[in-house]
Design a protein around this ligand. Structure first.
Ligand code: ADP
Ligand code: MG
Length: 472
């Protein structure tokens, strides 16, 4: 009998906060600084006798995340020293939070969150220059948020879904740019498998620098651990990394326990009572939150009924999100909004894909909404709308003018069209008979003849109405 090994995953995610200055000093927090060791000072360089000062904005940022996640904000909190030696940690310890995290509990996409706390980032080492190791301290002391989930994630897919949603949330809250390729968001996955009710031994996989890698590393670990156990082996508690060339995880070091760090409260920093700081008041933070991604999803689907793929595009992609949002401000009608969304997600996306033109080219929101109204009223065909949009994108201009100049206005003159359909009815007696007997396809045929007769300039909806009226 083959046993079933159930995977369990818990995530630890770090995000650099986009404050103006570092966590405990006035040095600039600029992730794009290219000159090494330029944003440093005696405090983040750990010179003896210097004193750290807590960055209020960083604390507030973590509290915003906590409130958005529905977590509990600490009343009492403090910072601890996490002691270890490494060249990228100038003080010999990292200031972090141990016993009293800023946030406890909360949930995101159904995953329970254990805690969210605040710490400082380490420096960055580079090992590839002629066998030397170089250290850039610009990153040392940058505020770093750490979020830890409960061991409740079931598979690789769910883990990356969680991480993606967190990235979106951090951007909505404007607390972190959370680009994984820039190291602004970093994911560690703890993975174990077990065939009993008890958890198996967990392995921590570090430095997962894209969502794809998160998925691949977790799937790989689940398979590897299952095989080890099946073959009678034991899983050792360790830290592993991801080897992109081998597409495999590899052992880095045996994991230290928290006792190895000799955590203790940092005597240089004051303890905080959050209730004493007005900016940290929960209600105040709540009132300052923007519309959250899941709230926006609900609004888009309930109010406008647009497709979920379209919604997801607006949620993830700020560029199209803002475009859609400004269109929505100008159009009230639900059907027209849906139509607008179709043109954005297929046509505008297509135009951008095939061009080097920046932004939305020469399209102005007012002209775009006008175009949608014309298409909705049948003044132009959908083919015509696409052609006009292309011209608007490349050259700019008003949709009416472009339509007239290019002969794209559909004929909606009843008198003129009526003559056309009478002629067609006269010339297509058989189709007319069939339609009268209930054959819908014959109506389509007659409309087609009408389009042909008018060289495609008729409004097909109008032709249809006229045929039905004439033949009833
Ligand atoms: P450690 O002290 O080793 O850092 P923690 O209890 O702090 O362990 O948990 C760290 C992360 O590991 C959390 O995300 C938690 O959900 C996850 N975790 C804990 N136990 C397991 C397990 N058996 N399998 C998978 N993940 C686990
Ligand atoms: Mg831990």
């Amino acid at each position: 009998m083959t046993k079933i090994y159930k995977p369990t995953i818990g995530l630890e995610i770090h995000a650099e906060l986009k404050t103006i200055t570092k966590m405990f000093c006035n040095s600039k927090n600029n992730p794009n600084e290219i000159k090494p060791n330029s944003n440093i000072c005696p405090v983040c360089m750990a010179h003896p006798g210097t004193l750290p000062v807590i960055n209020k904005k960083a604390v507030e940022s973590v509290l915003r995340v906590g409130v958005a996640l529905g977590g509990q904000l600490a009343d009492f909190t403090e910072f601890d020293r996490k002691n270890y030696f490494y060249p990228d940690i100038p003080k010999g310890y990292q200031i972090s939070q141990y016993k009293y995290p800023l946030v406890s509990g909360g949930k995101l996409v159904g995953v329970d969150i254990t805690r969210v706390h605040l710490e400082e980032d380490t420096a960055k080492s580079t090992h590839d220059v002629a066998g030397h190791s170089l250290i850039d301290f610009n990153r040392a002391g940058v505020p770093l948020m750490e979020l830890v989930t409960e061991p409740v994630v079931k598979d690789a897919q769910q883990a990356s879904e969680f991480a993606r949603e967190l990235q979106i949330l951090l951007r909505y809250l404007d607390v972190s740019d959370a680009n994984m390729d820039k190291g602004e968001m970093r994911i560690e996955a703890n993975i174990s498998v077990s065939d009993t009710d008890k958890f198996g031994t967990k392995v921590e996989v570090k430095n997962l620098n894209s969502f794809k890698v998160v998925e691949k590393a977790i799937a790989y670990e689940i398979k590897r651990q299952t095989e080890v156990i099946e073959e009678g082996g034991v899983i050792v508690k360790e830290t592993r990394g991801w080897d992109e060339n081998k597409q495999a995880t590899f052992s880095q070091r045996l994991k230290e326990g928290s006792e190895d760090y000799r955590y203790f409260p940092d005597p240089d920093l004051p303890k905080l009572k959050l209730s004493e700081v007005p900016e940290f008041n929960r209600k105040k933070i709540e009132e300052g939150l923007p519309e959250l991604p899941w709230e926006k999803r609900d609004r888009y689907s309930e109010k406008y009924g647009i497709k979920s793929e379209d919604i997801e595009m607006y949620i993830v992609d700020d560029f199209y999100g803002k475009f859609f949002e400004s269109v929505v401000e100008k159009i009230g009608d639900k059907d027209l909004i849906k139509l607008a969304s179709n043109y954005i997600t297929s046509d505008v996306v297509g135009l951008k894909r095939n061009s080097e033109i920046e932004g939305f080219g020469k399209i102005q929101i007012d002209n775009f909404t006008q175009l949608i109204k014309m298409a909705g009223e049948g003044k132009i065909s959908s083919r015509g709308a696409k052609d006009i949009l292309k011209i608007m994108f490349e050259e700019g201009g008003l949709p009416e003018e472009i339509a007239e100049k290019n002969n794209l206005i559909q004929k909606s003159d009843e008198g003129e069209l009526r003559e056309t359909i009478l002629k067609i009815i006269d010339e297509n007696k058989q189709a007319v008979e069939e339609y009268k007997k209930g054959k819908e396809a014959s109506l389509k045929f007659l409309i087609g003849q009408g389009m042909k007769e008018t060289k495609g300039s008729a409004n097909p909806k109008m032709l249809q109405d006229l045929f039905i009226r004439e033949l009833s």
